[in-house]
Design a protein around this ligand. Structure first.
Ligand code: M6R
Length: 610
């Protein structure tokens, strides 16, 4: 999704901003631009396409100065054109604005501004902000006060940063529903929509909250609320190194992140497994331990891959903790008038912790009196801060747009959560100990799957030329079928559907014809035999079968075209192994089709608009 960088300091702003934009590329975007206060005024350069296009444009128009703002745009209002790229300007060209989010009342604001003589240069919702600030500056107001005066007129969500030639060494930023952080570096201040644009300069961060405005100069920053109350905020030192954001010799971030998965399990479980008592110790839930004992129902809210992780959690929690669980797409949850009370825990799962739909679902749940918990990867993100309690994934930064290691860590954390809730209830010590033992074995088992990748390449050959594919799974592997299909469609653009294997004969079997590829995820578990009947049904209609099953499983080799085996583990942990080959199938298919798996078209890493 759109990315923001702002810099005010002693360095060359253009270099700092461009470096920041490159580090935000992973979020997904279709144009970019920057504005710098130069000796000749506030100058803007924008370009359609990659940041490399912007670099090209800057070759002949270098912007020299030490205060500026920059943006990568993911089109919402208006096509990805240079005119629609940020920063946006006012009529006098003294103001430049970058914006993440959506201004919902932009049409009425625009009409009013046009009536009073403002001329618009773009189709975006953002441009109204620049013109409104222009008006607010007319009576000689300071930039910070002008921005403060405009914010109450805006409906929707925003993270904005504003520069002005009237105060060339000042930037003003504000947020409402869209993340913004302030980095405090030796040579100045950096504003950004996520830490990856800041980490190479400093690890000292101030997280802005909704309804806060920050004004920065080279020498200082000042934060206040929309109601004009000064706020003192803690400076937090974030973990992680800029080096985590490099590919380390891998062709793609996605590949690097898949290869990191043994370590991800280690990091997500480190210090959290209590083998003796067959349980997990989750420090982030300590304050709500008593409430957790009393809850009668869990509602999981999430989007995309995180939703499928939640679906695996539903099977785990119902089987081992005996608590009724519902998994809701966060985008639907708040419009359904959900019935919640203090006996319900609402668990929000989100890698970024900034997904707008999931964040709004958390707010809705809080308003209705539910206990809210977060399973979040990005430390300090909005969902992490707004939930009552939660568990961090510790998966490290995930740059690949297609979620891999974060998904895995979400399922791991859900297994730890199951242990905690289960041992508070009827889960036996012996079974708890068994789950812990199997969790400890996972990193090695995943490493085995990563060490032998030839079967994935061979299986991907069956998919690479296909237009459609079906993924089938039962019980714990039903959500994994959906996750495998999502991965494939996201990065290889092959249309793929995930289905509960038992549903095949209720519709999707109509698709199966000669050569139609079906990925069947059928580990040797309690439903293995049932899945084997699917193989017959597919074969009888000429379909090609890629079977993902457990080593030594007794399948009929004449019914399958490719087989990928995974090590044996507990049924509830099988998704953690079965998903690895599916990630590789998608990755290999995308590469075979010459698509960049890190930059899937139209997608954004962090979806901060509804
Ligand atoms: O940051 P989140 O976990 O909240 O993101 C949720 C989805 O947008 C995300 O999982 C998306 O579906 C990925 N592109 C899947 O690969």
């Amino acid at each position: 999704m759109c990315g923001i960088v702002g810099y005010c300091g002693t360095q060359d702003a253009q270099s700092v901003l461009l470096d920041g934009l490159k580090r935000l590329e992973y979020r997904g975007y279709d144009s970019s631009g920057l504005a710098v206060n130069t000796s000749a005024g506030l100058k803007t350069v924008r370009a359609v396409g990659k940041v490399s296009e912007l670099l090209r444009a800057l070759k002949t128009r270098r912007l020299a100065g030490s205060t500026g703002i920059a943006h990568t745009r993911w089109a919402t209002h208006g096509m990805p054109t240079e005119a629609n790229a940020h920063p946006h300007r006012d009529c006098t060209e003294s103001v430049a604005v970058v914006h993440n989010g959506i201004i919902e009342n932009h049409a009425s604001l625009r009409a009013r501004l046009e009536q009073s003589g403002h001329a618009f240069a773009s189709e975006t919702d953002t441009e109204v902000i620049a013109h409104l600030i222009e008006d607010a500056l007319k009576d000689g107001a300071q930039l910070s006060h002008a921005v403060g005066a405009v914010l109450p007129m805006l409906e929707g969500t925003y993270g904005i940063v504003v520069a002005s030639s009237l105060e060339p060494d000042t930037l003003v930023a504000a947020r409402l529903g869209s993340p913004l952080i302030l980095g405090i570096a030796r040579d100045g201040y950096i504003l950004a929509s996520d830490a990856s644009a800041i980490l190479q300069h400093t690890r000292d961060i101030v997280y802005l909250d909704d309804r806060e405005i920050v004004a920065i100069t080279r020498a200082e920053y000042h934060i206040r609320t929309f109601e004009n109350v000064t706020v003192q905020k803690p400076v937090e030192t974030i973990d992680g190194e800029a080096a985590d954001l490099q590919k380390h010799g891998y062709a793609h971030f996605m590949l690097k992140e898949m290869m990191e998965q043994p370590d991800v399990v280690l990091n997500s479980t480190r210090g959290r497994l209590d083998a003796e008592n067959g349980t997990a110790v989750l420090g982030g839930l300590r304050d709500v331990e008593k409430q957790l004992r009393d809850i009668k129902r869990i509602v999981i809210v999430a989007c995309g891959s995180a939703y499928y992780a939640g679906c695996v959690g539903e099977y785990m929690l119902e089987e081992y903790a005996g608590i009724p669980v519902e998994v809701e797409l966060a985008s639907e949850f708040r419009y359904r008038k959900p019935i919640l009370d203090s006996g319900t825990a609402v668990v929000a799962i989100s890698q970024s912790g900034e997904t707008a739909d999931t964040l709004f679902a958390v707010r809705e749940a809080k308003e209705k009196g539910a206990l809210t918990l977060g399973i979040v990867n990005v430390v300090g993100s909005s969902i992490a801060r707004e939930t009552h309690a939660g568990v961090y994934n510790h998966a490290g930064p995930e740059i690949g747009v297609a979620s891999t290691k974060a998904f895995l860590s979400q399922v791991v954390v859900l297994s730890l959560f199951t242990l905690v809730l289960g041992r508070q209830r009827a889960l036996s010590l012996v079974m708890g100990q068994r789950i812990v033992k199997e969790l400890l074995a996972l990193p090695h088992q995943i490493q085995v799957l990563l060490d032998c990748r030839e079967p994935y390449r061979a299986a991907a050959e069956l998919l690479a030329d296909a237009h459609h594919a079906l993924f089938l799974g039962r019980k714990y592997c039903h959500p994994i079928a959906h996750e495998g299909a999502l991965k494939l469609k996201e990065i290889s653009y092959i249309h793929a559907e995930g289905y509960a294997a038992g549903e095949m004969k209720h519709g999707p079997i109509a698709l199966v014809e000669d050569g139609f590829p079906v990925v069947v995820i059928a580990p040797r578990d309690s439903v293995f035999e049932k899945s084997m009947s699917n193989l017959h049904e597919i074969r009888a209609r000429g379909g090609s079968v890629i079977l993902v099953t457990t080593e030594g499983a007794p399948y009929d080799a004449s019914l399958v075209d490719r087989v990928i085996t995974i090590p044996k583990t507990l049924e509830m942990l099988t998704p953690l192994l079965a998903v690895i080959p599916l990630q590789f199938l998608a990755y290999e298919a995308a590469c075979a089709r010459a698509f960049d798996p890190d930059m899937p078209r139209n997608l954004a890493k962090s979806v901060t608009v509804e």
